[in-house]
Design a binder for this molecule. Structure first.
Ligand code: ADP
Ligand code: MG
Length: 233
């Protein structure tokens, strides 16, 4: 589903430049649940933004669902982004004056779906994340965990091939974090390919594979069951 080879990225600020990704290689197969783990500043969001086609690498190659992602014009990039990718963020990014169901329905508007179809789908996905009874509530009336569930329903509603989550539990307490990760595991069980960025080891342990990033390099890439087996040796 995803192939990246020797990805490099630097940020330039005046005469200074910061080499953030220093040759990243990895593949993600369809149906995987992978975490990208590393401390703050290690380049996780930079990498996820490139995978999400929100930013471009300086060097290296990226193939998403057999499509080489390079030098696409913004219109084509937006088309692939909308077709292939769903996003979940730490800060939920919901629209405050819209109800849960309208938040979930909104991206489908841009796909040209009828209002009836949008609302039906939005209800379906809200039910899926356990919020059937909350569809007409505003974000301000929902808990953090519920807001993230709305955001997950919104991401799913576009039926993406890959879900990209940047610190999806970063604004949640531990118990709520585990509940949200349970939900993400359930979505993966149904076959969705999911990448989760996190700096928390216990969250990464709830995925199936941990890609460990440090100072812009992958220092480890292991299946969680292997990591666990090693801990008990
Ligand atoms: P992480 O998500 O792992 O915390 P980031 O990818 O956000 O790391 O950032 C990696 C490094 O790049 C940090 O030192 C950060 O300050 C820097 N950085 C991130 N985005 C930008 C930007 N748009 N311009 C300049 N520097 C940036
Ligand atoms: Mg980050």
């Amino acid at each position: 589903m995803i192939q990246i080879k020797d990805l490099h990225k630097s940020y330039h600020m005046g005469s200074n430049s910061l080499h953030v990704l220093k040759g990243i290689n990895f593949d993600v197969k369809e149906g995987e649940l992978v975490s990208i783990m590393g401390s703050s500043g290690s380049g996780k969001s930079t990498l996820l933004n490139i995978l999400g086609m929100l930013d471009e690498a300086d060097e290296g190659s990226y193939v998403l669902d057999n499509v080489p992602i390079k030098n696409l014009n913004e219109k084509v990039a937006a088309k692939y982004r909308n077709e292939f990718l769903g996003f979940i963020f730490q800060s939920f990014n919901l629209i405050n004056y819209k109800t849960a169901v309208d938040n979930v329905a909104l991206p489908m508007y841009y796909k040209g779906m009828s209002r009836k179809e949008r609302v039906e789908k939005a209800h379906h996905y809200l039910e899926k994340v356990g919020l059937a009874d909350w569809s007409h509530h505003l974000p301000s009336e929902l808990s953090g965990g519920q807001k993230q569930r709305v955001a997950i329903a919104r991401a799913l509603a576009s039926e993406p091939k890959v879900l990209l989550a940047d610190e999806p539990t970063g604004a949640l307490d531990s118990k709520t974090s585990y509940e949200v990760m349970d939900l993400i595991q359930g979505i993966n069980d149904e076959g969705k390919t999911i990448l989760v960025v996190t700096h928390e080891d216990d969250i990464a342990q709830m995925t199936k594979r941990i890609v460990n990033l440090k100072d812009g390099i992958i220092i480890d890439d292991s299946l969680v069951e292997q990591v666990r087996a090693q801990q008990y040796v």
